[in-house]
Structure formats: structure tokens, C-alpha cells
Ligand binder design. Structure first.
Ligand code: GLY
Ligand code: MN
Ligand code: MN
Length: 466
């Protein structure tokens, strides 16, 4: 367990107060088989369970009675066979003591507790499940079919969890800094290895090793590709080629599952061509612009659009866009180059709490989601508060199929210079990403050391690696 007992009892008291009444179920994760039952994926606890109960063991459910304040940790003790094969582990009673929960019970007793609550007409609150075994557990407990569980998840519980987990405390920020330090090692290693003849897969494998040896694992499957224009381009056995760019988007989770998420785009030859540098410098300036806008009270929506306007202005200067900048951005013309949002919340999930629903995490009554292509992928948009952690990840991509589609359909033809854009179809894509903490009067990047990203710093780093 990462934090003191009081941290967990305080968080649960905050949750109880916000939800008001009913029985709150916080489902822990179960072991998940990979290719046969005993060969499991590395266990990853549910982040909300970790937030309120702090325990990493599989097969636990935490229950909070919002009316009476009673709290119970449900879980089965391991038996002698488990001890023979895996060694002994902390008992359920000890785990409950560690996080300040008064009562424990075997898993079989949970069905009775839920049935009792439902019989007396009380609300049983649960979060939208994302694993199929949890869906089956919830179906057994509540009778609600998995296909209806996301819709029937508790809105008061979702909103309470989002409100609490959105604001990171000093002790959480320290852990996020640890994740960023691992991210620094990962990305400087990737940059040092980035040379003609090395495979994408080799570099991604080195990143997995660093993340797993210094923390728990990567915070998501690393994106490591010469095809930076494929937003989630996973590594292949391709050899890195002279003259091209290598986009690496990867992060770490600490042992306690706080995340980092960084992207760097490295010239494989060690220096940018003039054409690459023109585009790269636009992305750098967009990345830095976000830092000058982000502070409490400002909507991330507005930071995103300030970046879109700067990008459009600069692409216009390069002859790739035309017309009035504000009109082009309102029409969504920039999304040909930037089809995703500027960033997302980050915490114990790399896309923090995304499983609870983007509309509740990134949006609110004031800031509503858009269905426009590009803006629809902005995962976070509402007003920033001190303690929020968001990623700043602008990018410019030349996606041949998207260019062909828009050109053929005349989409945003008033703002796009398709003849010029055509010449960039072999370019690939550039993204630069760091993690931003919103402070009392502004913001700062997480991580003590900056992974080089200004073009001169990147080239100096590549020259110095030998
Ligand atoms: N996993 C891609 C990103 O959000 O940065
Ligand atoms: Mn990323
Ligand atoms: Mn990201």
C-alpha cells in the first residue's frame, strides 16, 4: 500500500458524503488468463479500487454502506496449495486493517449483502465495468445483463469518483514524478538507440524492460513507428531508415500504478531535413504555447483551440492552408493535420478514468463534447483546477488516406491547399507530449529532467550519444 491508512479512510469518507445513500460496490480486478487458465497476464488492479482501498491482490471487492458508514472488504483467504506454489500473502483481515476497513467477509457473502440491499429497495451503486469477468460477477450480484451494465452504472458514484480522483494531492504528485523519471529513462534510451538498421520492435522492447524493471510496466502499449501518421502505430520488425522520423509514444507505471505519458519524434539520421524541421518547429511551438495558457479557471477546450489556431496560422505560412484562420479552425479544417485532442487527464490510468465515461471526466454542464471530426477526440475540455494533471500532446500528421478522402469530397477545400499537401504524403507524422500539472497560478511539466524536444536540443543529444 502506497499511502497512510488515513489517506484511504479520508477518501472513502469523501465518497460516502458525495454519494449520499445506498450500497457502494468498488470491484477489484481478477486474474486474467492469457492462453490457459494458470498462465495469466501480469495482474493489474483496478485504479478506483486502488484509490479507495490501496490493495493489489486479485479477487477483492470493497463495499461501503453510504447510509450507515459500514465498510467491508470481501475476499477469500488463500489455501495451502496457493501457499505451496506462490508463497503466503497478507490475509484479508490484515489488508482491511492496513486501509482502515472494519469488517471482512468471504466473497460468497457479498451476494447476500447485495440481495438484501436490493430487496429493501436501496440503490446499489456500481461503476461501468470494463472486464468481462467483472461483468459476469455484477450480473450474478445484481441480475443486470452485461449489455446493460454501463447504462445502469451509478451516475452519482461516477461523478463522486471523478471529483475526487481528478485533483491530485501532493503525495500523488510525488508518485507521478516518479513515473515521469522512469519515462525520462525510457525516452532518452529510445532516442539513443534510434539509428538506421535498428528495428522498431527492438526499441519498444527496451522500453518495456526499463518500465518493468524500474516500475510496474508500461502505462499502455508503446507506440514506436516510422509511420508517425498512424496515431497508434505499434512497433513492427521494420528497420529504421535514414532520412525518416521515428515517433515514440510511451509511458511508465510506478509499482503503485501512477503513470507517465511522453512522446518524442526523432530524426533517424541524427538531424532534421529542412522540410521536417519546418513542421517540427510548429509542433514545438504549439507544445510550448499550451504552457503559457494553462492555469486554474481556464478551459482546456480554449487551450486546445489556441493551439489549433497557432498551428493553422503556421501551416498557412508554409502554404499548406489558406483563408481566415478563425474560420478554418471553426470549420475543423486543421483536423486534417491534428485529428485528435490536445490532451487527456492522467493519473492512475494513463487516460485517467476513461472507463467511467469521457463525458463525465473531460466535460461538464458548462463544457459540452463536440461531434466535429477531430474535436470529438478531445478527451478533456473542462475548466482546469489546481491539482489537475493533463497531457499536452500536439501533433501534425500527413495521413494519405485522409488527405485523399477530404480531397475527393472537397472537405474544407476553402482552407486546404491540397496540391501542396499532396507533396507531404510520404512525410509521416510528428507528436510531442509531456505531462502538465496545474498549479495555483499556472502550470508546469512533471518530471525533473526534460526529455530533449526543441530541435537543436534533439540534434545535440543525438550528436553527443556517440
Ligand atoms: N496512448 C496515446 C496517448 O494518449 O498519448
Ligand atoms: Mn502518449
Ligand atoms: Mn497521451
Amino acid at each position: 500500500m502506497l499511502f497512510s491508512k488515513e489517506t484511504y479512510t479520508g477518501r472513502r469518507a469523501g465518497l460516502r458524503e458525495r454519494v449520499g445513500d445506498g450500497l457502494i460496490l468498488i470491484m477489484g480486478n481478477n486474474d486474467s488468463p492469457m492462453n490457459y487458465p494458470a498462465n495469466t497476464y501480469k495482474f493489474r488492479q483496478d485504479s478506483t479500487f486502488l484509490y479507495f482501498f490501496g490493495q493489489h491482490r486479485n479477487g477483492l471487492v470493497g463495499v461501503i454502506d453510504a447510509d450507515s458508514g459500514d465498510e467491508t472488504l470481501y475476499g477469500d483467504e488463500i489455501d495451502i496449495d496457493d501457499i505451496v506454489w506462490y508463497g503466503s500473502v497478507t490475509s484479508v483481515r490484515q489488508m482491511a486493517d492496513e486501509c482502515g476497513v472494519a469488517t471482512t467477509a468471504p466473497m460468497a457473502a457479498l451476494a447476500d449483502a447485495v440481495a438484501q440491499a436490493m430487496k429493501s429497495g436501496r440503490t446499489v451503486h456500481f461503476l461501468p465495468p470494463y472486464r468481462h469477468d467483472t461483468m459476469i460477477q455484477l450480473m450474478d450480484l445484481t441480475g443486470i445483463h452485461p449489455s446493460e451494465q454501463r447504462a445502469k452504472a451509478s451516475l452519482p458514484l461516477i461523478k463522486a469518483v471523478v471529483a475526487l480522483r481528478s485533483v491530485k494531492t501532493a503525495e500523488e504528485i510525488a508518485e507521478l514524478e516518479r513515473a515521469s523519471a522512469i519515462g525520462y529513462r525510457m525516452h532518452t534510451t529510445a532516442m539513443a538507440l534510434c539509428r538506421p538498421g535498428v528495428t522498431e520492435r527492438y526499441i519498444a522492447g527496451q522500453l518495456d524492460g526499463i518500465a518493468a524493471s524500474l516500475g510496474a510496466c508500461c502505462s499502455f502499449q508503446s507506440i514506436a513507428s516510422m509511420h508517425g501518421e498512424i496515431l497508434h502505430g505499434y512497433p513492427s520488425d521494420r528497420l529504421l531508415e535514414e532520412g525518416r522520423l521515428f515517433l515514440c509514444d510511451a509511458g511508465a507505471e510506478t509499482v503503485e500504478h501512477y503513470c507517465s505519458d511522453h512522446t518524442r519524434t526523432t530524426p533517424i539520421s541524427g538531424h532534421f531535413t529542412p522540410r521536417q524541421r519546418d513542421i517540427y518547429d510548429i509542433v514545438v511551438d504549439c507544445h510550448d504555447l499550451a504552457l503559457t495558457h494553462a492555469r486554474p479557471g481556464v478551459r482546456w477546450w480554449d487551450v486546445h483551440f489556441a493551439v489549433c489556431r497557432l498551428m493553422t496560422e503556421r501551416l498557412k505560412a508554409l502554404g499548406l492552408m489558406k483563408g481566415n484562420v478563425d474560420d478554418a479552425v471553426s470549420a475543423g479544417a486543421h483536423a486534417l493535420f491534428l485529428p485528435h485532442g490536445l490532451g487527456h487527464m492522467m493519473g492512475m490510468d494513463v487516460h485517467d478514468m476513461e472507463g467511467l465515461g469521457q463525458q463525465y471526466v473531460g466535460y461538464d454542464e458548462e463544457t459540452r463534447p463536440s461531434s466535429q471530426f477531430g474535436t470529438a477526440s478531445l478527451r478533456f475540455a473542462r475548466r482546469l483546477e489546481e491539482g489537475h494533471v493533463v497531457t499536452d500532446e500536439p501533433g501534425i500528421y500527413f495521413i494519405p488516406d485522409l488527405i485523399d478522402l477530404w480531397r475527393a469530397k472537397g472537405i474544407n477545400a476553402d482552407f486546404l491547399c491540397f496540391d501542396e499537401i499532396e507533396k507531404y504524403k510520404d512525410f509521416g507524422g510528428i507528436r510531442i507530449e509531456d505531462d502538465v500539472l496545474i498549479t495555483a497560478d499556472g502550470c508546469r511539466f512533471l518530471g525533473e529532467e526534460r526529455i530533449p524536444y526543441h530541435a537543436d536540443d534533439v540534434e545535440a543529444f543525438l550528436a553527443a550519444r556517440g
